[in-house]
Design a protein around this ligand. Structure first.
Ligand code: HEM
Length: 474
């Protein structure tokens, strides 16, 4: 009996010491549950190459529905989950958190700075965000002016890629349409060969943004780096052309031209390499997101004839009020309620952007745990978008779930983020996607050739064979 009591006491002392040691090795902080994974790599492999929703879902089940720790892309990270997590994050911007881009992104988008130097905390794309938010390019007044051009570019692209075709691969077409729109509005160019070259490069950069930073031939990061250099070269040539054009008084209304003429408070213009990096960041942010949504919306609408009929009815009502050749106007977009629900449902099932990172500015407590200054925080739409508590029959494609009175609870549906950092391109994306839907249902009906086509790419989903469809011209 005595022996047992001694053994029990020793075990108790050992466990207490272990607890104290673990707490002191964490600087005394009560860190969130979770694992930092392997030395150096942490849990990056699982994060990058497992399904992102699985990575997060498994750990939410294992550790906590609210927060867990991990180490990804070289950083100790707290993943903050669920609607409460989203609300907390979006409400504490610049108080507790600031923007943080993973290292591969910093590297790819910072050619004009010393890459070997430690990046400043909110380094790489923060300024390009200012560029997009400040001059008002994406404010409704400006977008109103773009709308007609968006409509006509989309019509022309659909004609080029779909007229006389019975089978079309949606994903490459969606990418070309999206980049054609972006090239027109961001760069003021509409040269198809130039755009075709850029599509390929942007694909490589997009994949490389979330990859292991191994700059060796054959790796994803190496290819992304080469592609980024090629885009930069193309953009520098374009900047020089623009400058020449401006010198002769040619009118310039795109974002690139604005960046060329803008000066800092001391009157200094932005160096060409810096402009190229910022524009590349913007194009990347706005390119694959819209192309992915258009692609999967074609899939879901193609697989759901009742949804197709409702979208077509809505769009034909708008088209019927137009004279031949008349383009879409601002008021038309407000009438596309069901079509927007279809887009929303597509983004719920296939989130075009999983989530983003922040850097912690000061120690803070959340859900009973301490998150130390300097750690990163990751939030992702995948902690809510498939939860049956917020979305009944979450696997079902049901655009009517966004109808008035049935909208999902606050902070459960956040494909564009929220708070001060909410996607600045949201309205532009909305118009581009609605202009697409308008034109495609007006002239075509389609059938998805392989409804079970595999979806590849964990961070950037894409159909393995490009989503071939059988087109019927109406
Ligand atoms: C379906 C289309 C799109 C989706 C779902 C989407 C989603 C998002 C999300 C989730 C964020 C992160 C917000 C955060 O960190 O809290 C973001 C940021 C951003 N998006 Fe979008 N986006 C889309 C289209 C666009 C377009 C078309 C543009 C450009 C015209 C754009 C430009 C940006 C930029 C510059 C940021 C960084 C903002 C910042 O850090 O302050 N996005 N987007």
């Amino acid at each position: 009996m005595e022996v047992l009591a001694v053994a029990f006491s020793l075990a108790l002392i050992f466990l207490t010491l272990l607890f104290i040691w673990r707490r002191s090795s964490n600087g005394g902080a009560n860190l969130p549950p979770g694992s930092f994974g392997w030395p150096v790599l942490g849990e990056s492999i699982e994060f990058l190459f497992g399904k992102p929703e699985k990575f997060v879902g498994d750990r939410m089940k294992k550790y906590s529905e609210e927060i867990f720790k991990t180490k990804i892309l070289g950083e100790k990270t707290a993943v903050i989950c669920g609607p409460n997590g989203h609300k907390f994050l979006f409400s504490n911007e610049q108080k507790l958190f600031t923007i943080f881009r993973p290292h591969p992104m910093q590297y790819l988008f910072r050619s004009y700075q010393n890459k070997s130097a430690a990046p400043p905390p909110q380094a790489p794309l923060a300024d390009e965000t200012k560029a997009i938010r400040q001059p008002g390019f994406f404010k409704p007044e400006a977008l109103m002016r773009y709308l007609g051009a968006m409509d006509s570019i989309t019509q022309r692209q659909l004609q080029i890629h779909c007229t006389d075709k019975t089978v079309v691969e949606v994903h490459p077409v969606a990418k070309t349409i999206t980049l054609s729109l972006a090239c027109q509005f961001f760069l003021g160019i509409n040269n198809p060969e130039r755009i075709a070259r850029l599509v390929k490069y942007f694909d490589e950069v997009t994949v490389g943004m979330h990859s292991i930073m191994l700059n060796l031939p054959g790796t994803i990061f190496y290819r992304a780096n080469k592609a980024a250099a090629a885009i930069r070269k193309e953009l520098i040539t374009l900047i020089k052309e623009k400058k020449q054009g401006m010198a002769t008084g040619a009118p310039m209304q795109d974002i690139l031209s604005h960046m060329i003429v803008v000066t800092d408070p001391s009157g200094k213009s932005m160096p060409e390499a810096e402009i190229a990096d910022k524009i590349m960041g913007l194009l990347t942010a706005g390119y694959s997101t819209v192309a992915t949504t258009i692609t999967f919306l074609m899939k879901y609408v193609g697989l759901n004839p009742d949804v197709y009929e409702k979208v077509r009815a809505e769009q034909m009502e708008i088209a019927a009020l137009k004279k031949a050749g008349e383009l879409l106007e601002w008021e038309d977009m407000a009438k596309m309620k069901y079509s927007w629900n279809v887009i929303c449902e597509t983004m719920r099932l296939v989130p075009p952007l999983q989530g983003t990172f922040r850097e912690v500015l000061t120690d803070f407590n959340y859900a009973g745990y301490t998150i130390p200054k300097g750690w990163k925080v990751y939030w992702t739409v995948t902690t809510t978008n498939m939860n049956p508590e917020y979305f009944k029959d979450p696997e079902k494609f049901n655009p009517s779930r966004y109808d008035e009175g049935e909208a999902p609870p606050p902070y459960t549906y956040v494909p564009f983020g929220g708070g001060p950092r909410m996607c600045p391109g949201k309205e532009y994306a909305r118009l581009a996607m609605l202009a697409f839907i308008h034109n495609v249902v007006k002239d075509y009906k389609w059938e998805v050739i392989d409804p079970n086509e595999k979806v590849e790419g964990d961070m950037m989903p894409e159909p393995q064979k490009g989503l071939p469809i059988r087109l019927y011209h109406l």
